[in-house]
Ligand binder design. Structure first.
Ligand code: NAD
Length: 494
């Protein structure tokens, strides 16, 4: 299958190197790692960027520390931090088209979605935290008439922000905006697979007015840059989004170095539960959006779909029709009709195909899909498995691809038990018209995020994060302000 390479007419330039102390910098140790950036649509290298090492990280940490002490942190009023963040949001907005194009090129996301949703969400996040920057208040506590105590929410200092590849722009600003609004300085480490959008935004940091050292960018691999940040004794906090395995390694590194604070947004195996009283057309759309959005590469993907037995056949019919339509909309990310692009990388493609093979070999039936698409690039057809058993790998492990399993259930109690039978606890989707049941389910499910009659529908005002092995701490909403601050209690004798 050949795609038209001339679909994106614009041109976007990104600088390579590291952005440290307000300037572009080269690696201090020789040439640095060569990191190939691959266009997943064709599987071809589009550019090579430089990856750093521990000494580059150290320089970034020194710059961030100096900025925290001299030109940011508690030295700058919140209103000023908010104004700079607002300017940064305006700049992102004015470069929406280039950012959307980079996201589609780098990640393979359909351009229609990066343009309409991803960039505007990133802009909203930055504006939202710009608004909070001068509203970070403690409280007064009167213990008795001769004593007064009050609290201050102070920034940690230097924050290392380590992000994955599936939504690189939203992940980057989802960390840097609340960290910066609360007065921290930041070293951003994007995924080695998708560095282009963060390289582009780093070039806007000075124009927005951030003093040198407030926001720094060091690209590179996890085992070099990521690990150096997590082990660094002068980094006060790591905010991480990625796999549960890496999250564990980061916690270990934090424990072995300086007991830095760690926030983790990790993987998931979220259930979608369709009751017999759900509005079926709507339920089918939500369930499909819940698993197939971003080619299944979403931490909150609803990959286990439980359907009550009396509507199972009807649901499966409708879901299959939807999936067929989506399959016919596989295409080049820049084609207007495309709704399903490639997986991000060869490794990810192989991993997802490996899960499909394991489902088949463990005895599950491929109902539709179950194979790759085209001769080049990393496309996988949206895939539905039926006849699955709870012990199968495809029901237990995070696949992070367009693959779901559909299971029949009889009773509410049974489905609660099955849905909670996982080491993860990120999200759960409940589809029913019975509001009492919806609320009972919401309370019984072990997950940090519950969607009733929707799915994959986060809101920046609302805290986001997981139970169990899906994470520690929360991002988004007012709660992210707590994530990036520590409380000081001041006792006053009167
Ligand atoms: P990953 O854990 O492989 O990598 C994430 C980041 O960590 C990358 O920047 C990588 O370079 C870095 N890294 C790797 N090893 C490291 C180490 N030893 N020390 C420090 N940093 C290291 O994850 P991924 O494949 O990029 O992303 C997919 C995973 O992310 C999935 O499990 C998905 O569920 C999860 N995710 C979670 C959320 C959420 O909010 N909960 C959102 C998006 C993705």
């Amino acid at each position: 299958h050949k795609f038209d390479t001339t679909l994106y007419k614009g041109s976007v330039t990104v600088k390579t190197g590291f952005f440290i102390d307000g300037q572009w910098a080269d690696p201090v140790d020789g040439a640095g790692d060569k990191v190939e950036v691959v266009d997943p649509t064709y599987g071809k290298v589009i550019t090579t960027i430089i990856g750093g090492g521990p000494r580059d990280v150290d320089l970034a940490v020194q710059a961030a520390r100096k900025a925290f002490k001299t030109s940011w942190g508690l030295k700058v009023p919140g209103s000023q931090r908010g104004r700079i963040l607002d300017k940064f949001a305006d700049l992102l907005e004015s470069h929406s088209e280039e950012l959307a194009a980079l996201l589609s090129l780098d990640v393979g996301k359909p351009f229609s979605s990066t343009r309409q949703f991803e960039v505007s969400t990133a802009v909203k996040i930055v504006r939202y935290y710009a608004g909070w920057a001068d509203k970070i208040h403690g409280k007064t506590i009167e213990t008795n008439e001769r004593k007064l105590a009050y609290t201050r929410h102070e920034p940690f200092g230097v924050v290392g922000a380590i992000i994955p590849w599936n939504s690189p722009l939203i992940s980057a600003v989802g960390k840097l905006a609340p960290a910066i609004a609360t007065g921290n300085t930041v070293i951003l480490k994007p995924s080695e697979l998708t560095p282009l959008t963060t390289l582009f935004i780093a070039d806007l940091f000075n124009e927005a007015g951030f003093p040198p050292g407030v926001l720094n960018l060091v690209n590179g691999y996890g085992h070099t840059v990521g690990s150096a940040l997590s082990l660094h004794p002068n980094v006060d906090k790591i905010s991480f989004t990625g796999s549960t395995l890496t999250g564990r390694n980061i916690l270990k590194a934090a424990a072995e170095s300086n007991l830095k604070s760690v926030t983790l947004e990790l993987g998931g195996k979220s259930p979608t539960i369709v009751f017999n009283d759900a509005v079926l057309d709507q339920a089918i759309k939500w369930a499909a959006h819940g698993i197939f959005y971003n080619m299944g590469q979403a931490c909150i993907a609803g990959s286990r779909i439980y359907v009550q037995e009396d509507v199972y056949d009807k649901f499966l019919d409708g879901f299959t029709t939807f999936t067929k339509e989506l399959t016919s909309a596989i295409g080049h990310p820049f084609e207007a009709s495309t709704r399903h692009g490639p997986q991000v990388s060869k490794a990810q493609f192989d991993r997802v195909m490996g899960y499909i093979a394991s489902g088949k070999s463990e005895g599950a039936q491929v109902h539709i899909g179950g194979e790759s698409f085209g001769e080049e690039g990393y496309f996988i057809k949206p895939t539905i498995f039926v006849d699955v058993k709870p012990y199968m790998k495809i029901m237990r492990e995070e696949i992070f691809g367009p693959v779901c399993s559909i299971v029949q259930f009889k009773t509410e109690d049974e489905v609660i038990e099955w849905a909670n039978d996982t080491t993860y606890g990120l999200a759960a989707n409940i589809l029913t018209e019975n509001s009492a049941r919806a609320i009972r389910m919401a309370h019984a499910l072990e997950a940090g995020i519950i969607y009733i009659n929707s799915a994959m529908a986060g809101d920046i005002n609302v805290p986001f994060g997981g139970y169990k092995q899906s994470g520690m701490g929360r991002e988004m909403g007012e709660e992210a302000l707590d994530t990036y601050t520590q409380i000081k209690a001041v006792h006053v004798n009167l």
